[in-house]
Design a protein around this ligand. Structure first.
Ligand code: PAF
Length: 287
């Protein structure tokens, strides 16, 4: 049995209206496809809170700042649809670009502050694209809950701010990053890694974890981060875009570990850009 697929806003709203008549709670899991265990874990988490789960599959052109990246983004809709029924998703919404952005489309949702720095610095326009499409998905589905993975930590902050600012009545639920056995964060981009790159890839998460441990033990922040950047490059990554310590609650830069923090990184392995982040638990050290 496969999950029903709808491709238009009208069809989507028909399904949602029927569910609303039953008085059920609806959850949304937005994706760009190439579904992996991380996405499926979001569906499972969504099923614990809601009675119906809509997964969306839309490779959103507005959030790619490079046409080459958009063209190279993997697309596996049939395989994706086949993975959804066994986990219990109820509907796959997979509109095309004309349905999402019909001729004349002229609106951009821009979230200041939270979309600046980190990925925002290196992917100009990316978060406007994310905020615009996610706002549309929230409004199209009128879901009660939206489920997002913590791998895209800045995105969660952005989406929360946007929903709050626009009075969209949805509860955002953040779920832990799912990892391979060797620590590599699951990502649709991992399929692009060559075998040699795949062997190097887990170094990003292992350096992040080691750095977090060192900082928690009181190692000075700036020199420790500089050493960790060098360690990522020595491991075989081509470029480290950022490796930063931020306040977990508002993503502001911090210079002392006096509150819950996140260590976030983005780095290029050959032609693939990977991001990851870890939480710091112990509080008390200063730089
Ligand atoms: O995280 C993603 O896959 C995308 O940014 C999202 C949330 C589906 C919006 O296109």
């Amino acid at each position: 049995m496969s999950v029903p697929i709808v491709r238009s806003v009208d069809q989507l709203r028909e399904s949602v209206a029927a569910w609303r008549c039953e008085g059920v709670r609806i959850a949304l899991v937005p994706t760009m496809g190439v579904l992996h265990e991380g996405h499926l874990s979001l569906v499972r988490a969504a099923l614990e809170k809601a009675d119906r789960v809509i997964v969306t599959l839309f490779v959103n052109p507005k959030q790619f700042n490079s046409q080459a990246d958009l063209a190279a983004y993997p697309r596996t809709e049939n395989e994706d649809a086949a993975k959804l029924a066994p986990v219990g998703a109820h509907l796959l919404y997979a509109p095309d670009a004309e349905e999402m952005y019909p001729a004349g489309f002229a609106t951009t949702v821009s979230v200041c502050g939270v979309s600046e720095g980190l990925c925002g610095t290196f992917r100009p326009g990316h978060f406007d694209g994310v905020a615009t499409v996610v706002a549309k998905l929230f409004l199209q589905t009128s879901a009660d809950f939206g489920f997002f993975g913590e791998k895209d930590f800045q995105q969660i902050h952005l989406v929360r701010r946007m929903a709050r600012d626009l009075d969209i009545p949805i509860t955002i639920v953040a779920c832990p990053t799912v990892r391979e056995a060797d620590g590599l964060a699951l990502s649709s981009r991992n399929v692009r890694l060559s075998p040699a790159e795949r062997a190097v890839a887990p170094k990003l998460s292992s350096v992040l974890l080691k750095t977090a441990e060192r900082l928690e033990r009181g190692s000075p922040i700036m020199p420790t981060l500089a050493e960790s950047r060098a360690a990522i490059l020595t491991a075989g990554y081509r470029e480290v875009e950022y490796l930063e310590l931020r306040d977990e609650a508002d993503l502001q830069p911090i210079t002392s570990l006096d509150r819950p923090a996140r260590l976030l990184a983005a780095a290029w392995l050959g032609g693939t850009r990977l991001i990851d982040n870890v939480r710091l638990f112990r509080i008390g050290s200063t730089d």
